[in-house]
Write a protein of this length. Structure first.
Length: 569
C-alpha cells in the first residue's frame, strides 16, 4: 500500500483552483494548504497536504516564499513530508531552496512538481531548472527516489517527460519504493507513489524445516526401514500412510529442525569471520560479567576491538566491490535492492492485504478464503464457452473402451532401475503435506527402496491412487509488476507429495518414450520436449521471415496469448 502519494491534479474541484477564501474538506483527512498569492486575483498553483486521521501528525511551520507545506507524521518513527511546487515560468532562488531544507526536521521527504529536466531522473535533455535541482541535491546530499519513469504528458507534442520528483535524506532511501500511476485522471501529470518497504514483523512465525546439512544420514537409514509386511497390507491408503509415518519418524530422530522464527537477514558483507569474532566477543563478555576482574575486562575489550575491526574490514571490502560493479548495465532496481541489502533491509514475503469487492481484507484466514475463491473461479469449467462445455460434458459421460495387454512395455511392472534413475535426476523441491523430501528418499536403504517399489507396483496394477497424495499446499506467488492487493495477480503453485511426484516421474518417462518413438507429437511442438527448445521454433520463424524477404513474399504469423493459462493447466 502506498504510504505517500503526490499528484499535480490541476485543480482541487474539477479544474478550478482554490482561492485563499475557499473552504476545502475531505472526510477523515486533515488538510494543510498554501495557496499561491497572485496579484491578478486569479487562482493558480498552490500546494496542499492531506494526512489521514489514523496517522498521528503535526504541522511544520515554514518561513519560505516557495509554494511548500510540510507535516511530521508517525510511521515507524517520525518523518517529515514536504510537498513542493516550482512553477516553470518563474526563477527560483537557491537561497530559498537551501532555507527550506534547513527548516525541515530530519529525516524528511520532499515530493512534488519541480518542472526540471535532467537525464538523472529520466529526461532526454537538461534545462536550467534541472541543473539547479542537480546542484541542490548534491549540496544537501539528498537521495533521488525516482526510477526513470515518465510522470508528465505534454498534450501538444504528445511526448512524455519526468517532472515530478521525490527527494529524501539518505536514512530514508532504503525504506521506500518509487512508482508511477498509469492513469492521468484528467490531469497532465501521473500520480506518483512512495511505497514503504515492509521489513517484517517480529511476531511472524514460519513452519519448521529440516536442517539437512546437520542430518545424521546413517542413523536415518537404519531407522527408516520399510519392510515387506508394511507394504503388503490390504488397504493401500493405510500402506502409504504407514510408509510415510516411518520415514518421518526416522527423520525426526535423525535430522534437527529449524525454529519457528524467521532467520535474521544478515547484511551481505557479514561473513564467517564476523560471526566467529562476534561469538568470541559474547563469550568474553559473559566471562567478564560473571567474574569482573581486570584481566577479564582487558580480554573483553580486546575481543570487542577485534570484532569491530573484522566488521569494518568486511563492510569496507564489500562496499568497494559493490561500487566497482556499478556500470551502465546495472538497473536502478538492482542497485536499490543491493543498497537495501547492505542496510539489512529485505522485502516482506507475506501477503499483508488483499482487496475483495473494493474492501480491504487483512485477516489471514479471510485472505486464504479470498485466494481460494479466486483460484477456484479461474479453474472452474464455467469459464469455458457454452458449446465447448456442452461437448465436454457429453464426452465425459462416455466410458473409455481401452483394450490393451499387460505384456506391452509400458504396462509391465516398474523396475528398480527406473526408480534409481528417477531418484538420480530429481531436483530438490519443497515437500508436500506429508513432509517427505527427495533427500529422505535418496538416503533410504536398498531394501527399503525395493519395498517402496513394491508399493508403487501395487498402485500401478490395482489402479488405486492414495488419498493422501490428493492433498497439496497451494502457495500464491505474486506476478511481477502487478498490484499485489488484487487476488487475480497471484499464480498458484501446488506442493504435492514427493513420493507421488517420484511415482509420476517413472510413469511419465515411459509415456514420453512411447509418444516420441511413435511420433504421436507434432515435430513442431517444442518447449517441454528433450532437445526441442522454444528457441528452435524462433529460429525456424526467423528463417521463414528471411526467406519471405528474399523472395519478396508475404508471411503471415499468428500468435496466441491464452488468458490465465498457467492457472488452468
Amino acid at each position: 500500500m502506498a504510504c505517500v502519494v503526490s499528484w499535480n491534479c490541476r485543480g482541487f474541484r474539477s479544474k478550478t483552483y482554490l482561492k485563499p477564501a475557499d473552504i476545502a474538506k475531505i472526510k477523515r483527512y486533515s488538510l494543510v494548504r498554501k495557496d499561491n498569492d497572485n496579484e491578478s486575483g486569479r487562482a493558480s498553483g498552490g500546494v496542499a497536504l492531506l494526512v489521514s486521521h489514523d496517522t498521528p501528525s503535526s504541522v511544520v511551520t515554514l518561513h519560505t516564499n516557495l509554494q511548500a507545506v510540510a507535516v511530521r507524521v508517525m510511521l515507524s518513527n517520525l518523518v517529515t513530508v514536504c510537498t513542493l511546487y516550482l512553477p516553470p515560468s518563474t526563477s527560483v532562488n537557491d537561497r530559498d531552496l537551501n532555507r527550506l531544507v534547513n527548516e525541515l526536521p530530519t529525516p524528511f521527504i520532499i515530493i512534488g512538481d519541480f518542472n526540471g529536466h535532467s537525464p538523472v531522473w529520466g529526461s532526454k535533455n537538461t534545462n536550467t531548472r534541472g541543473r539547479q535541482i542537480e546542484e541542490f541535491v548534491n549540496t544537501h546530499s539528498l537521495c533521488l527516489l525516482n526510477n526513470g519513469e515518465d510522470t508528465y504528458f505534454h498534450q501538444r507534442s504528445r511526448t512524455f517527460h519526468s517532472l515530478d520528483l521525490s527527494l529524501c535524506t539518505p536514512s530514508l532511501a532504503p525504506y521506500f519504493n518509487f512508482r508511477v500511476g498509469v492513469d492521468l485522471r484528467d490531469s497532465d501529470h501521473f500520480p506518483i507513489f512512495l511505497d514503504r518497504v515492509n521489513v517484517g514483523s517480529k511476531d511472524a512465525q514460519r513452519p519448521t524445516r529440516y536442517l539437512f546439512h546437520r542430518a545424521d544420514w546413517t542413523n536415518f537409514t537404519l531407522r527408516a526401514l520399510i519392510t515387506r509386511n508394511m507394504v503388503e497390507g490390504d488397504n493401500l491408503n493405510e500402506v502409504v500412510n504407514l510408509v510415510t509415518k516411518t520415514i518421518i519418524s526416522a527423520a525426526d530422530a535423525s535430522i534437527p529442525k529449524s525454529g519457528l522464527s524467521f532467520p535474521k537477514n544478515r547484511k551481505p558483507w557479514w561473513n564467517k569471520h564476523c560471526t566467529d569474532t562476534n561469538r568470541d566477543q559474547r563469550r568474553a563478555w559473559n566471562v567478564f560479567r560473571r567474574h569482573p576482574t581486570s584481566a577479564n575486562q582487558i580480554a573483553f575489550q580486546r575481543a570487542k576491538s577485534i570484532a569491530r575491526w573484522a566488521r569494518r574490514k568486511s563492510e569496507r571490502g564489500h562496499w568497494i566491490k559493490f561500487v566497482s560493479s556499478i556500470n551502465s548495465s546495472v538497473t536502478a532496481k538492482d542497485m536499490w535492492e543491493n543498497v537495501r541489502r547492505a542496510c539489512g533491509i529485505y522485502p516482506e514475503k507475506r501477503i499483508s492485504c488483499l482487496r475483495k469487492n473494493g474492501q480491504e481484507v487483512r485477516n489471514i484466514s479471510e485472505m486464504v478464503d479470498v485466494l481460494a475463491e479466486t483460484f477456484a473461479s479461474i479453474c472452474s469449467a464455467s469459464n469455458y464457452a457454452e458449446p465447448f462445455l456442452t461437448h465436454k460434458n457429453r464426452m465425459e459421460r462416455i466410458k473409455l473402451r481401452f483394450q490393451t495387454t499387460k505384456h506391452l512395455s509400458y504396462n509391465t511392472d516398474l523396475t528398480i532401475f527406473e526408480l534409481h534413475t528417477a531418484l538420480s535426476v530429481i531436483k530438490h523441491t519443497s515437500p508436500g503435506p506429508d513432509e517427505v523430501t527427495y533427500s529422505m528418499l535418496q538416503h533410504l536403504s536398498e531394501h527399503s527402496l525395493l519395498n517402496i517399489l513394491y508399493m508403487f507396483n501395487r498402485i500401478w496394477k490395482e489402479h488405486v491412487f492414495p488419498d493422501c497424495w490428493k492433498h497439496a499446499f497451494i502457495i500464491p506467488i505474486p506476478k511481477p509488476g502487478k498490484d499485489p492487493q488484487d487476488p487475480l495477480n497471484y499464480r498458484p503453485i501446488a506442493l504435492t507429495s514427493c513420493m507421488c511426484k517420484l511415482f509420476e516421474r517413472i510413469v511419465n518417462v515411459r509415456l514420453v518414450h512411447i509418444l516420441e518413438r511413435n511420433e504421436y507429437i507434432s515435430p513442431f511442438q517444442s518447449g517441454f520436449r528433450k532437445s526441442r527448445s522454444t528457441i528452435d521454433n524462433l529460429l525456424s520463424l526467423e528463417t521463414d521471415i528471411r526467406v519471405a524477404f528474399l523472395k519478396r513474399n508475404h508471411l503471415v504469423s499468428i500468435f496466441f496469448d491464452i488468458y490465465k493459462a498457467s492457472n488452468v493447466v
